[in-house]
Design a protein around this ligand. Structure first.
Ligand code: DAT
Ligand code: MG
Length: 138
């Protein structure tokens, strides 16, 4: 688990006061915070980040949502000798994209209800982790 991964507590998580809860879960699991910044993402950066979804019906509202207020931008890292890539553990702890279908015990499963307000982002591969860390902290 040598890789770092990119995580974002989205504007709904900041608005609802869940940033401490979310970071606390990752820290309690054994991950450490390597970088952290509260930042309102601009529309160009949001479009770059979510480029894979450009053209989909929800793209415009996704950009509106993610830029509507500050997000907590994070780089998380795990120990070198753990068994899996850190991005995969973070995704497991986040739960699936639609909070209504996320398992209890996951962040989205415990605190979310709507796919449009699903609290947290986590990179979905080693490659996207490197790309997203570059976009937000490069
Ligand atoms: P994830 O955030 O789990 O990686 P994703 O990359 O497929 O999910 O989508 C990015 C975000 O876009 C997701 O967190 C919420 C939003 N989204 C995805 N599918 C959606 C849909 N069908 N309707 C509305 N928003 C959606
Ligand atoms: Mg994704």
């Amino acid at each position: 688990m040598s890789q770092q991964t990119y995580v974002m507590c989205k504007p709904d998580a900041v608005e609802r006061g869940l940033v401490g809860e979310i970071i606390g879960r990752f820290e309690a699991k054994g991950l450490t915070v390597a970088r952290a910044e509260l930042r309102t993402i601009d529309r160009d950066t949001a479009a770059k980040h979510y480029a894979e979804h450009d053209g989909k019906p929800f793209f415009a509202s996704l950009i509106d949502f993610i830029t509507r207020g500050p997000s907590m931008l994070l780089v998380l890292e795990g120990p070198d000798d753990a068994g899996d890539d850190v991005f995969a553990l973070v995704r497991l702890m986040m739960g699936s994209t639609n909070p209504a279908k996320s398992a209890p015990g996951t962040i989205r499963g415990d605190f979310g209800l709507l796919v449009t307000e699903n609290l947290v982002h986590g990179s979905d591969s080693v490659e996207s982790a490197a790309r997203e860390i570059g976009i937000f902290f490069g």
